[in-house]
Design a binder for this molecule. Structure first.
Ligand code: 2HA
Ligand code: ZN
Length: 269
């Protein structure tokens, strides 16, 4: 079957990266059933032929108007689709959409009319903020990492940067590779505008945001970068959980050792 990926190595490589990450999300146990979402801004990877491709869906309303996204193209996981299926067949479990000139609607252009994720408005709102601010970030990932979600059930962890400090102190790499830490959004209905708004606010200060009792939402330069940041935070959470399971409170690196990391790796704080 003909695919938009044929003879477009850059776009094909990007979609293959998305499929690879979808496999990691499933293998990690973070993506039960249709859990989680991936959207990637692929505007820079499409050519004039793609820009002229006809729509293969009717015009769909986004639900919000996002002027920054006029004429942009996104790969989006399909609504109700499973990460474990997307890992093997990305163009049958996701699709490429074009944002129309009214900036409030879109059409699907390839490969099949797979309807995008129900979280499309919140993902696109984040992309609009990124494009509008001239950011090089192109990918957003939402998933359900077990230990991080478990930690969000403890109210004592939900204060500003309480979890950031615990997770950074479990292993030096976490601070180096997730240098902004972990933002927290109090429990909010999935798919709601309120959740999108709160996520946008936290993403001003963080690359990864924990949705209380639900999951994480990350932005990254590409889908692998977003995944890596979630993965290092999850690793720290696993170390914390393992220490607790052995029956003790983990000591954590000292404040002096954390400061030493900041200086040695030239970290923001
Ligand atoms: O799309 O995980 O929170 C599936 C989800 C929504
Ligand atoms: Zn979710």
């Amino acid at each position: 079957m003909k695919s938009i990926l044929d003879n477009r190595p850059a776009l094909k490589a990007e979609v293959e990266k998305i499929a690879e990450v979808a496999g990691y999300l499933w293998q990690n146990g973070w993506a039960e059933r249709n859990g989680g979402n991936i959207t990637v801004n692929v505007t820079d990877l499409v050519d004039d032929e793609v820009r002229n491709l006809p729509a293969i869906s009717e015009v769909k309303q986004i639900g919000i108007t996002l002027p920054a996204l006029k004429g942009c193209y996104f790969y989006c996981k399909g609504t109700g689709k499973r990460m474990r299926d997307l890992a093997r067949r990305p163009m049958q479990n996701g699709s490429v959409i074009r944002i129309l000139d009214d900036c409030a609607s879109y059409v699907i252009i390839a490969d099949e009319p797979v309807l995008p994720t129900s979280e499309l408005p919140s993902h696109l709102a984040v992309h609009a903020r990124l494009v509008g601010s001239g950011s090089a970030y192109k990918a957003t990932v939402h998933t359900h990492p077990i230990e991080l979600v478990a930690m969000s059930h403890n109210r004592a962890f939900l204060g500003k940067d309480v979890l950031t400090d615990i997770l950074w102190s479990m292993i030096p790499e976490t601070k180096a590779f997730c240098p902004l830490g972990l933002g927290v959004v109090p429990y909010t209905l999935p798919g709601s505008n309120a959740l999108a708004e709160a996520t946008l606010r936290e993403l001003e200060d963080y690359d990864v945001v924990l949705w209380e009792k639900h999951g994480v939402f990350a932005k990254g330069m590409d889908v692998m970068d977003a995944f890596d940041q979630i993965d290092v935070l999850s690793k720290s959470a696993k170390i914390y959980v393992n220490a607790k399971a052995m029956g003790f409170e983990p000591e954590g690196m000292s404040q002096a050792q954390m400061k030493e990391m900041t200086a040695a790796f030239n970290l923001p704080r």
